[in-house]
Ligand binder design. Sequence first.
Ligand code: M6R
Length: 357
Amino acid sequence: EKGTYPHFMLKEIDEQPIVMRKIIREYQNGDNQIKLDKDIRKAMQDTDRVYIIAAGTSYHAGLVGKEFMEKLANIPVEVHVASEFSYNMPLLSEKPLFVFISQSGETADSRSVLVKIKELGHPALTITNVPGSTLSREADYTLHLHAGPEIAVASTKAYTAQIAVLAILAVDTAQAKDLTLDFDPLQELALVANAMEVLTDQKEEVEQLTRDYLATTRNAFFIGRSADYHVSLEGALKLKEISYIQAEGFAGGELKHGTIALIEEGTPVVALATQKNVNYSIRGNVQEVVARGANALVISMKGLEQDGDAFVLPKVHELLTPLVSVVPLQLLAYYAALHRDCDVDKPRNLAKSVTVE
Ligand code: M6R
């Protein structure tokens, strides 16, 4: 039920801090440590390469998950769009582990990959919001998102839940391999939940930004580098699917290789700046688009902010920034759709779960 909310999407955006805390509770043992099922732990220890398979927003969460597994757990990861993998399978490593990410657990493109890799005898783990779903039943292992039902077609709380569970999976594997972490993951996730709460209280500010930057535009660009690049893909998808504004997310460094040709007077460019090591470069990209007339909306993180930034996010651990930077992008999309009188929860031509290939 929506309760007092005008739309499920807004309710689900607001639920993100609660979901974060639920995930923290569900995945910790008595000593405030992350502890996963021993079979999942073993599967992660035994593999020489993880293949993440997903579609849409879940694919975008997978891109973030790759960073966690590679940086924290030292496992090479490939992330694949399910519909591509199915018909154009890459060369596999000797001991692959397949990780399916799917809110619904019913996405036909992902299922088709699961059927094929099972025929080949490879192990599979499904990360889903629906434990009894097809992808969950047919895989060897399941990790539950604990996000509660997601009704709006535009995925919001499932995306952040997927990223949090992927972080937990990576941390558990790192612990199993005796790799040292220089931070307390549950503590950092708790700080993320608090930061999300601050952000969901800033709806008026984001609504104003929507008026200032996206009111009449026909297109918009999202740029970022490293983790911010992955989130910019998600920001663009969110905006296009519910507001029908043509939106594209891409890596800041790719601008000069083509897309910059599209920048003209007033083109909105949403730039994310949450990563210290690329802050200088993304700021350079912002200058390049501004010099060509773009209306740049910079979303930075406390500690990296500069004069003129439109929105400053509370500081969280650098690996976990996607969990917070996505929130204003979800809200931007929501208000853009609302201002255009679009059907926010049921955008045209889309279904909540895509059960055809
Ligand atoms: O249920 P799934 O996570 O497998 O769904 C995958 C995509 O269809 C889904 O994320 C879609 O891209 C959303 N509408 C995005 O908001």
